[in-house]
Design a protein around this ligand. Structure first.
Ligand code: G
Ligand code: MN
Length: 266
């Protein structure tokens, strides 16, 4: 654990081993590309490519999580700006944010600065939070989220349905989108899980939220989610998260194929 912490500090601050991978989000009804999620990775010299669940807690413990979040935010906006154009609509980027980021004293100022500096439109930025972020200081955090939203930035509840999920918070949170946790998608064959997933999709729609399913891996899961009225999805069925260069190639490919291709609807 100590080795992980020391290695992470150096890897982030000095050796620049953190990087972002990108994954498509598709409209399940027409196959259109509706956005891209930035996913943090750590290219460790010995341990290989690590997903955030391996090191985020360590980053929280050593107090660099907010700096990592700020870096992720800036990189995502720079990259997303490069991908604008060529689509019938602007391509938004979704960025995962920690509770620590929300505690940064001048977060609003930083968000404005990032948008100005990168030239990205606020409507092209979606911040993803888990409900965990509001637990400690609900009124203060909700006010802050409202201010972020007033900038034109959209908000999304990540990993909905697990851990701290509570309908009490859902009632209060000023958000635009709800992301169904991948554990539901992978277990859709279970009748109870399917019933809950369907109910969550309806709940989201009744609250006027866009509902996105995470971790779509098979055509069967896709069809089931489509039948339940889920708006969007992302996952290995569509594409593996990949580097900015790889993702640029993927977008080119989609452009030349024409955006309306949705093989699962055929
Ligand atoms: O916390 P969040 O849900 O944003 O994290 C998503 C994680 O799940 C990422 O690290 C990403 O690489 C991974 N992921 C993306 N698509 C799939 C998928 O189809 N299946 C699985 N098991 N994991 C996925
Ligand atoms: Mn996410």
């Amino acid at each position: 654990r100590a080795a992980l912490e020391i290695s992470l500090r150096g890897g982030f601050l000095e050796r620049h081993e953190l990087l972002l991978h990108y994954q498509l989000q598709r409209d399940l009804r027409n196959g259109q590309i509706i956005g891209v999620e930035a996913l943090l990775r750590w290219q460790h010299p010995e341990w290989g490519l690590l997903a955030p669940d391996r090191f985020i807690e360590a980053a929280e413990r050593i107090g660099i999580i907010a700096h990592i979040d700020e870096w992720v935010l800036l990189q995502s906006c720079i990259q997303c700006k490069k991908w604008q154009g060529g689509w019938p609509h602007d391509l938004p980027v979704s960025v995962n944010c920690s509770a620590a980021l929300l505690k940064q004293p001048n977060l609003l100022g930083y968000l404005k600065q990032v948008l100005t500096q990168t030239g990205l439109s606020a409507s092209c930025l979606i911040l993803e939070f888990t409900e965990r972020v509001v637990i400690e200081d609900a009124p203060g955090t909700i006010f802050l989220l409202q201010e972020i939203r007033a900038l034109g930035i959209r908000l999304s509840i990540d990993d909905f349905g697990i851990g701290y999920s509570s309908l009490n918070y859902l009632k209060l949170l000023p958000v635009d989108q709800l992301k169904i946790d991948q554990s539901f998608v992978s277990d859709l064959g279970n009748a109870n899980t399917a019933a809950i997933t369907r109910a969550v999709i309806n709940l989201g729609h009744n609250l006027h939220l866009e509902v996105i399913a995470e971790g779509v891996e098979t055509e069967w899961q896709l069809a089931a989610l489509h039948d339940m009225g889920c708006d969007g999805g992302q996952g290995y069925y569509f594409d593996l998260p990949q580097s900015a260069e790889g993702f640029t190639g993927l977008l080119q490919q989609h452009k030349s194929l024409g955006e309306t291709t949705a093989p699962w609807l055929a």
